[in-house]
Ligand binder design. Structure first.
Ligand SMILES: [Zn+2]
Length: 516
């Protein structure tokens, strides 16, 4: 069986279950959420065969039927049991989430191993399955380049195919603000657009000139965001929105220069912006009023418990020179600018906490005394997760050494230009997200793993697909499966999956297996 990620336990048997013209689907209980989940299956069968399988509700199990039911499995809320034999298919799970993942496995089996003679014949097998980690995430940066609603939905489809459950949506950064905030139309009018530099390498883009037209970019309306959240929820994917602060916010200053320390003239960055010296002023109360108003709308839109507030790479040079920031340091008895950053993040965390939300931030938020209910994303690959866990934080592992899918995945001389780095499929597959320095109890603080697709050099959906596939399959394997690794077996399953991708016209890197 060629399922990705590989199930926790499975056995294959000779024989087939046949879908005949009279085959029915039995569902129990036939409530709305279960029916909505089962529809993912019936839609796929229809796509494959134009057969519309009738659905009946019945408490009692029946033969010659495809049975979907909620029952006790002892495999947790995301686990499932799947039994395919000559007489029936029985998929059981404790929740509709488990049913959904069972359906993903069943679809992979059907699409890859189906035989016709003349009916659809599904090979027999028994699977017991459950995930290793509760956080199985993928990030998409839509600031450096904007991706339309259709692609966001496709990205979510890819996540759910491989049993990822978190979509980290990097919505704001120096190169563009991408979420409609009704209170501040300037964000849509100014911060969402930049001067176009198409065809020019990211590092060579000239900054915007005064009075130059800004027509490159875009943003998601709140209506579109609601539609995407609903789409993701139907696929059991939680969306974590990220609103960057206090650094990586040049695009905000382009619309609101008064929120900066030196109050100059700012433009949305057209390309690389480094060092990223401009920053929100930590001494100006208007900054917090702005951020709180923005977060009010973000919180209202996104049902998730977690809001990502960025916090990475905040350059404090401006804070050093700013009277208001220095005054704040004195008044709040802070040690220095690093301490001021902690104070800033804590103020936002407290605000969100009053609204029942917790913050997630990049590892730099640990620099001060941040409360342990904040989740840390470890990205620099310098083992900050060990210190974070030992001080009581939960951690998501996304070290750039193994989880940055904007890095090269093969010999750079034959690849489209990338940011740098080298993270090939084998390296992702060999990643071990639990540091050996943590004991069993401590390792429970590692919530899971995440792949990050930063898009400085990636301006099309085809290129985005090329960068995530097949590396995302290796990450899915690590996120879901805790078994001994078997590279040869994984390679075989990837190659099989890529044949399906050819049929579906999904782009991918086709030379991930150099001659060994
Ligand atoms: Zn300042």
């Amino acid at each position: 069986m060629d399922i990705i990620p590989k199930p926790y336990h499975y056995e294959e048997f000779p024989g087939f279950f046949m879908i005949l013209p009279k085959t029915m689907i039995r569902v129990f209980p036939a409530n709305q959420t279960v029916l909505r989940t089962v529809k993912h299956f019936t839609d796929k069968i229809y796509e494959l065969s134009e057969i519309n399988l009738p659905i009946v509700e019945n408490k009692n199990f029946s033969s010659f039927t495809i049975n979907f039911q909620i029952s006790k499995t002892d495999l947790g809320k995301e686990g499932y049991k799947l039994n395919i034999n000559a007489r029936y298919i029985l998929l059981e799970a404790e929740t509709e989430i488990g049913l959904f993942y069972g359906i993903q496995s069943l679809i992979q089996i059907i699409f890859k191993d189906l035989k016709y003679s003349p009916y659809l014949m599904i090979p027999t097998a028994k699977i017991e399955d459950k995930p290793r980690f509760e956080w199985r995430g993928m990030l998409l940066d839509v600031s450096r380049h904007f991706f339309d609603v259709d692609f966001i939905k496709r990205y979510i489809d890819y996540l759910s195919m491989f049993k990822f459950n978190i979509f980290h949506w990097h919505l704001t950064d120096d190169n563009g603000w991408r979420i409609e905030i009704k209170k501040y139309p300037e964000l849509q009018k100014i911060s969402a657009w930049r001067a176009e530099r198409k065809g020019i390498d990211w590092r060579d883009c000239e900054p915007q000139k005064p009075n130059e037209k800004t027509n490159y970019g875009g943003y998601y309306s709140q209506k579109e965001i609601k539609e995407i959240i609903e789409y993701a929820a139907e696929r059991h994917v939680t969306i974590i929105p990220e609103i960057e602060m206090p650094g990586h916010s040049l695009e905000v200053l382009a619309a609101f220069p008064d929120l900066s320390c030196s109050k100059g003239q700012y433009y949305v960055a057209t390309g690389a912006y480094w060092p990223n010296k401009d920053i929100l002023c930590a001494g100006n109360d208007a900054v917090f009023e702005f951020l709180e108003n923005v977060l009010d709308e973000v919180v209202e839109l996104f049902p998730t418990k977690y809001i990502h507030i960025g916090g990475d790479e905040a350059n404090k040079a401006e804070w050093k020179k700013c009277n208001l920031c220095q005054k704040r340091i004195k008044e709040e008895n802070l040690k220095d600018e690093n301490d001021l950053q902690s104070w800033f993040i804590k103020k936002i965390a407290d605000y969100l906490s009053k609204k029942g939300k917790q913050i997630i931030g990049w590892e730099e938020i640990l620099e001060g005394n941040i409360s342990t209910d904040s989740i840390i994303m470890s990205w620099k690959g310098k083992s900050v997760e060990i210190e974070a866990v030992k001080s009581g934080h939960k951690v998501v592992m996304c070290p750039q050494t193994h989880c940055y899918f904007d890095h090269y995945q093969a010999d750079p001389s034959n690849e489209p230009v990338a940011i740098g780095g080298f993270t090939d499929l084998k390296k992702v597959y060999d990643f071990n997200p639990i540091p050996k320095e943590l004991d069993k109890k401590e390792s429970e603080y590692i919530l899971g793993v995440q792949g990050n697709l930063w898009t400085e050099w990636i301006d099309s959906s085809e290129h985005a697909e090329y960068m995530i596939f097949p590396r995302m399959m290796a990450l899915a394997e690590i996120a879901w499966n805790n078994q001994e690794k078997n590279w040869e077996d994984f390679k075989r399953r990837v190659n099989r999956e890529l044949k399906e991708f050819d049929k579906k016209n999904i782009n991918y890197c086709n030379h991930s297996f150099p001659e060994e």
